[in-house]
Ligand binder design. Structure first.
Ligand SMILES: NC(=O)c1ccc[n+]([C@@H]2O[C@H](COP(=O)([O-])OP(=O)(O)OC[C@H]3O[C@@H](n4cnc5c(N)ncnc54)[C@H](OP(=O)(O)O)[C@@H]3O)[C@@H](O)[C@H]2O)c1
Length: 335
């Protein structure tokens, strides 16, 4: 790893426990692998056990190769400490099962990396009757964060929540319907995806208020344009990945390996201890500004209240009390 300076590599305390959602492919795969190579126990929160097992085999093989190359700052254990835990973010029941399974097994959590994401070109409703992209990218992660904040808060110094966001949030026009009901009308795949990334930014600002007096920090990252399977439904059949689409649009594209750098940076860089609400891109220390809408407290409060309402059934009173950081907004923001 010494030959890849863009990815910060530090040895982590050996009792570090991390969750990476969507860790079987793309940016999440590389992020989970690097954090495990630095010494953390990493829970791969994925919906498909077979894909996760295959990912863990591949991670371990790549780890053996890194050891052979004498890469610096990685552990010398025989194997990586990685584990599959089932999580289907498109189902609130599955998301709750994941939360319960994790809490039953671990009494600490140092890094929570909300990475999993989809871009659904077609209208797909989940079993909970929400737009698929909305539930996977935003709502499911909201539930996980809400339930695991207490554990993060008692897991010692320097715990972090990282949302894998996107520059696409700049293009979002705040969708009141989506915020209020988890549905968009009329359906617009781009707008829903962009809004979910905007919602993550807003969630970061609200979560930060809960974490003010804690050792837990929260931030968002923009990984850049990365050659993954994310836009698989948006491409013509037989066109795997975003490569051609992005080459046409932007002229350059990162591999998942380089694309994970900003997430890893935000998760482990010791220079960021005590720094919250960062929005990082291109692995740079200096955070940049998320969009003006993302920073708007009126929109943030509205979204926060709506999301709490939608998840009422899944949030027990002690967690709800923790989430009680905003004033109820009577006036809806204008769409
Ligand atoms: N690629 C880019 O250019 C780019 C740019 C900006 C932001 N991002 C963000 O980066 C994050 C990672 O995406 P990626 O580019 O690495 O794409 P990816 O390779 O398609 O990875 C997405 C991951 O999310 C998982 N996932 C999808 N639906 C899920 C569900 N219902 N429950 C649990 N996991 C689910 C996928 O699992 P399966 O393999 O089972 O589908 C996969 O592991 C996303 O949040 C995305 O919005 C990507």
């Amino acid at each position: 790893m010494g030959s890849r300076p863009s990815i910060p590599v530090v040895l982590l305390p050996r009792d570090t426990v991390a969750i990476v959602t969507g860790a079987n492919s793309g940016i999440g795969y590389e992020t989970a692998k690097y954090i495990a190579m630095m010494g953390a126990k990493v829970v791969l929160a994925c919906r498909d056990e077979q894909k996760a097992n295959e990912a863990m085999r591949r991670m371990d093989a790549e780890f053996q190769e890194e050891k052979r190359r004498n890469s610096l700052n990685i552990i010398r254990d025989n194997h990586l400490s990685v584990e599959f835990m089932k999580l289907d973010l498109a189902s609130l029941d599955s998301t709750m099962k994941f939360i319960e399974t994790f809490k039953a097994k671990y009494n600490r959590l140092n890094l929570l990396i909300c990475n999993a994401g989809v871009y659904s070109k077609n209208k797909v409703m989940t079993e909970d009757n929400f737009e698929l992209t909305y539930q996977v990218n935003y709502l499911g992660h909201f539930l996980i964060v809400a339930h695991l904040i207490p554990l993060l808060m008692k897991s010692g110094k320097d715990c972090r929540i990282v949302f894998v966001c996107s520059e696409a949030h700049h293009k979002a026009k705040f969708d009141v319907n989506l915020a209020e009901h988890g549905k968009s009308n009329p359906f617009d795949a781009d707008s829903i995806y962009n809004n979910t990334k905007l919602f993550q930014i807003m969630q970061m600002y609200c979560v930060d208020k809960i974490l003010l007096d804690s050792d837990v920090e929260v931030c968002c990252v923009n990984p850049g344009t990365v050659d993954t399977e994310l836009f698989r439904t948006a491409l013509p059949e037989g066109q795997p990945g975003v490569r051609k689409f992005c080459m046409d649009c932007f002229g350059q594209i990162k591999t998942p390996h380089t694309g994970c750098a900003t997430t890893v940076y935000a998760a482990v860089n010791p220079e960021l201890i005590g720094i919250s609400r960062g929005y990082y891109k291109h692995s740079r220390a200096a955070p940049s500004w998320p969009s003006k809408t993302g920073r708007d407290p009126e929109y943030q409060n509205f979204l926060w209240s709506c999301t709490r309402e939608l998840l009422k059934k899944y949030i027990p009173p002690e967690i709800d009390k923790l989430l009680d950081i905003t004033i109820n907004v009577n006036n809806k923001p204008k769409n």
